[in-house]
Design a protein around this ligand. Structure first.
Ligand code: GLU
Length: 449
């Protein structure tokens, strides 16, 4: 007797499910479509996935926690924000993923980020599930004490849902080691438990050396692996970078170190262009200007600032979008393709919209999707958890060596289930299939739950 063959049109099923249950979540729908577009054929050829309804089990987040955050500003006004934690999926380990403080934060954005995080974390090979959280809180222009008060107020609710084996948040946009310090201090005050419930802490109190550098450095390590797989290297290449936060500036640092010419960084208002490449002094000054003093790029003293411009029109060999989701559209992608860009690696999560991704992939550009290329941050968060669990502190050298090794392994995982047709690997497809397979096979091994 032959087993019954189950037929389905996966794209329709995904569309129907999302329209029924997530109809107003545009970013989330975008990220789910992208994944199922790539894995459709693979999914359909495995009747065990269809039978176990892996599709809906992977799309639907485990739970979404939403709470009111009440805090007081410096003038004594009582202010309200909405705080969230999306515990997306813990099949592969405790929920793990950052907290984002930005006015754009809403359920759709956090669901998309949580969904991406599940695949990203699966690719690291470490035992981590996916989650994401944050608040629609805009720290721009606020005093240090206001930010501290907000972090403390945010943790009053969040702490109930955390635990070293349950949910371990970290930073994301506008949440760096300073904010993590405020959050961790408040967790300790409330619970009296000094435990690894947050990563991205300062190395002075349980943080890992190299965590702040990890996403940016890891991005460049991944880029080097992609170039090597196509018989190319970084030396002397011209690089355009968007963003001017933790990821962008550490990517720039590693690029300069590896002998490339970094032509740009950017913020939401424009692009800072370095005609002859950014030097180490520029970079150090930029770190102080942006990461410590939180000042706009337009007031930076060196380079040339182009208000209202994105970096993508600058002719270069490599692009590293490190700002935010959907910062790069089809017009930008065509501009880069016309300028013969060789490779694009995403430091941000989903910075290329779907049309832009498709355009660069079909033009034969080497394209590293964020879920693989920017996984270095969460990977070192995984190493921070190991250090916390064993009460150890590893040195920078050891963490950086492990990061390099992990990025190489991630690269190899992304090409495990694809071939390099036309001479260029489709890393998006490879990353989606690998992450999906690990998640889906584990779900099936657990039985129905
Ligand atoms: N927010 C980062 C990301 O997008 C890091 C998450 C973490 O370290 O848990 O991967």
């Amino acid at each position: 007797m032959h087993a019954k063959v189950v037929h389905m049109d996966i794209n329709n099923s995904v569309k129907e499910y999302l329209n029924n249950f997530h109809s107003s979540s545009d970013e989330f729908k975008q990220s789910v479509y992208e994944v199922f577009n790539d894995i459709g054929e693979y999914y359909q050829s495995h009747s065990e996935y269809i039978k176990a309804n892996v599709l809906e089990r992977i799309i639907e987040p485990d739970r979404i926690i939403k709470f009111r955050v009440t805090w007081e500003d410096d003038s004594g006004n009582i202010r309200i924000n909405r705080g969230y934690r999306v515990q997306f999926n813990n099949t592969l380990g405790a929920y793990k993923g950052g907290l984002r403080f930005h006015q754009s934060v809403n359920e759709s954005i956090l669901k998309f980020l949580g969904f991406e995080q599940c695949f990203k974390n699966a690719l690291t090979g470490l035992p981590m599930g996916g989650g994401k959280g944050g608040a629609d809180f805009n720290p721009k222009g606020l005093s240090e004490r206001e930010i501290m008060r907000f972090c403390h107020a945010f943790m009053i609710d969040l702490h109930k849902y955390l635990g070293p084996e349950l949910d371990v948040p970290a930073g994301d946009i506008n949440v760096g080691s300073k904010e993590i310090g405020y959050l961790f201090g408040q967790y300790l005050r409330i619970t009296q438990r000094w435990e690894g419930v947050l990563t991205g802490k300062s190395p002075g109190f349980g943080g890992s050396c190299g965590r702040s550098e990890a996403t940016g450095y890891g991005l460049v390590y991944f880029l080097e692996e992609m170039l090597r797989a196509h018989h190319l290297d970084l030396k002397g290449k011209k690089v355009i970078i968007s963003g001017a936060g933790n990821v962008a500036l550490h990517a720039a640092e590693k690029c300069i170190h590896e002998g490339t010419i970094v032509l740009s960084v950017s913020d939401s208002k424009g692009t800072l262009y370095f005609k002859n490449g950014m030097n180490v002094q520029d970079l150090d000054a930029l770190k102080t200007h942006r990461l410590e003093n939180r000042k706009p790029l337009s007031t930076f003293t060196s380079g040339e600032y182009f208000s209202g411009k994105k970096p993508w029109y600058i002719p270069a060999d490599i692009a590293l979008p490190c700002a935010t989701q959907n910062e790069l559209d089809l017009v930008d992608a065509k501009e880069m393709i016309n300028n013969n860009i060789i490779a694009i690696a995403e430091g941000a999560n989903m910075p290329l919209n779907h049309a832009a991704q498709d355009a660069v992939i079909s033009a034969g550009v080497i394209y590293g999707p964020g879920k693989a290329a920017n996984a270095g941050g969460v990977a070192v968060s995984g190493l921070e958890r190991s250090q916390n669990a064993t009460l150890q502190n590893w040195d920078l050298r050891s963490v950086d060596d492990q990061l390099r090794k992990i990025m190489k392994e991630i690269h190899n995982r992304t090409i495990q289930y694809i071939d390099g047709k036309n001479g260029v690997f489709n890393y998006r497809k490879g990353a989606n299939i690998y992450g999906f397979k690990r998640l889906a096979d584990t779900l099936i091994a657990y039985g129905v739950h």
